[in-house]
Design a protein. Structure first.
Length: 168
């Protein structure tokens, strides 16, 4: 396997059901990545050591998924100069709105690019990672173009089962 250049972080095992969509999308785009569970609250020492050593290991950006207080992306951004993409996860009393607000409300100078709550956000964070990497990698740019073209081609012009001219 190639050296990972993207790191997908999540706060707990339960986050994998959403964050696996980021991993699947990166796989589809041919981007080497690693997935780790590291909680900003429950494993702060592990998180600190992992994030601060990531650039030396070749990581170019982070995709962080967390729910409820959702401090994982913010804490990651505070510890690194690398780009951080935040994916708020549903759950808790506000079903993801709390996560969205926590992820998007960062102090000036510590940015987290924040995506939609849940599966769509995880997938979009992976596509944005590819687009970011494509700015300095022409081969990646071609992969992104092909990915987008395949998405477009997969959308039918008419719904399956519809018969033109059929009476209601």
């Amino acid at each position: 396997m190639s050296q990972p250049i993207v790191s997908i972080l999540m706060g707990s095992q339960s986050d994998w059901s959403v964050m696996e969509h980021a991993s699947l999308t990166l796989n589809e785009l041919g981007i080497a990545h690693e997935c780790k569970i590291t909680s900003a609250h429950r494993t702060p020492d592990r998180h600190h050591a992992y994030v601060t050593g990531a650039a030396e290991r070749g990581i170019k950006l982070f995709i962080c998924g967390a729910g409820m207080a959702a401090h994982l992306a913010g804490m990651t951004a505070a510890l690194t100069h690398l780009p951080v993409f935040g994916v708020p996860l549903a759950g808790g009393a506000m079903d993801g709105l709390d996560s969205l607000l926590s992820t998007v409300q960062m102090p000036g100078g510590i940015p987290v690019a924040t995506f939609a709550i849940g599966k769509a956000g995880a997938k979009n964070a992976a596509v944005m990672a590819a687009q970011t990497l494509a700015m300095s990698d022409p081969k990646m740019a071609e992969k992104v173009k092909a990915f987008r073209a395949a998405q477009t081609a997969a959308v039918p012009e008419e719904p399956t089962g519809w018969q033109k001219g059929a009476a209601a």
